[in-house]
Write a protein that binds this ligand. Structure first.
Ligand code: 13P
Ligand code: SF4
Length: 316
């Protein structure tokens, strides 16, 4: 569909703002979205912040500029609202690594372990429905510390985040062998090379990075906590080892500092192809047509909701 804004030569961002008012919509955007989408959003943040925002909004429509599991989480929390995603194909390699049928079969095979399942929010509604509690990178440590002491924990799907939480808490967990295809591209060699060029710059890395990369980091945290870390750090230059969209948010919120993207072996920075599927044009079309919409069968939604609500309760 051709956008009205393009037809009438109007500014697309202004057109989206007008449509948003007309639709009584709220725009939520993840920190990895392209700058133009971050700039029109009512709220930009990490998965935890976005979940809280989705849980409390009174808008009738949620335009979710992020990936599918994020919009799906918003729908799980808002069954009567319309949740739209600019591009329905915006997936996630972590979510793909753990299909619900595979997890269900694994749990059946290991029924004797009586697992307490902690699922990183980067998973489908089907996986959430099989889990006891959800976590994000912003609260994983807290959620694991709150797990029943007498239960075996299965942590899905990110092995790197899981390993990092084991280091932080000392709690033994069995880890699903999934990973983020973006964050495992950073290597100790690529981070050492950029650090050699900026020897005074501290390194802040996302916990989805490998152990070798996390070892080189001064701070390991969620994307939202990166804002706080960079604001509070006395350093004027900081190496940021995560998806490159983060730099726009950092430059806006923490002016006057130089943010250096962590390079990979192949590129000067790393981009998530799924996050980058959303564009201003697609966001405009989504608000205009009120689709693509996230639809979930009600019984599945209800089963997926309980572990998310448990997470929100434990995170307050
Ligand atoms: P955050 O919740 O830290 O923003 O992470 C989300 C994500 O997808 C990281 O790759
Ligand atoms: Fe998934 Fe990685 Fe993209 Fe985050 S950066 S949405 S974990 S593929």
């Amino acid at each position: 569909m051709v956008s009205l804004a393009v037809n009438f030569g109007l500014d697309l961002a202004e057109e989206i703002k007008a449509l948003k008012r007309e639709r009584n919509a709220v725009i939520l955007a993840h920190n990895y979205q392209v700058p133009e989408l971050q700039d029109i959003a009512d709220y930009v943040g990490d998965s935890l912040g976005l979940s809280f925002q989705a849980a409390k909004t009174d808008a009738e429509v949620i335009l979710f500029c992020g990936v599918h599991f994020m919009a799906e989480t918003a729908k799980i929390l808002n069954p009567t609202k319309k949740v739209i995603l600019p591009d329905l194909d915006a997936g996630c390699s972590l979510s793909e690594s753990c299909p619900p049928e595979k997890l269900e079969a694994f749990l059946q095979q290991h029924a004797g372990k009586n697992y307490y399942v902690i699922a990183y929010i980067n998973c489908s509604a089907g996986v959430k429905a099989l889990s006891d509690v959800i976590c994000t990178s912003g609260n994983a440590e807290k959620i694991v510390r709150a797990a029943p002491a007498d239960r075996n924990i299965l942590f899905v799907p990110d092995q790197n985040l899981g390993a990092w939480v084991i280091e932080r808490t000392g709690r033994k967990m069995d880890l699903w062998q999934g990973n983020c295809y973006v964050h495992i591209e950073f290597t100790a060699r690529s981070i050492r090379a950029i650090h050699a060029q900026h020897p005074r710059a501290p390194v802040v890395a996302h916990p989805e990075c490998s152990y070798a990369v996390r070892l080189l980091a001064d701070e390991v945290c969620s994307t939202e906590k990166m804002i706080t870390y960079c604001r509070e750090s006395p350093a004027k230059e900081i190496i940021v080892v995560t998806e490159a969209g983060m730099l726009h948010r950092l430059k806006k919120d923490v002016p006057g500092k130089l943010f250096i993207p962590g390079p990979t072996e192949r590129c000067a920075c790393a981009e998530c192809r799924f996050m980058k599927m959303n564009t201003l044009e697609k966001a405009h079309a989504a608000l205009l047509n009120l689709q693509p919409e996230i639809i979930l069968p009600e019984p599945l939604r209800q089963r997926a909701e309980a572990p998310i609500l448990r997470m929100l309760e434990l995170s307050r």
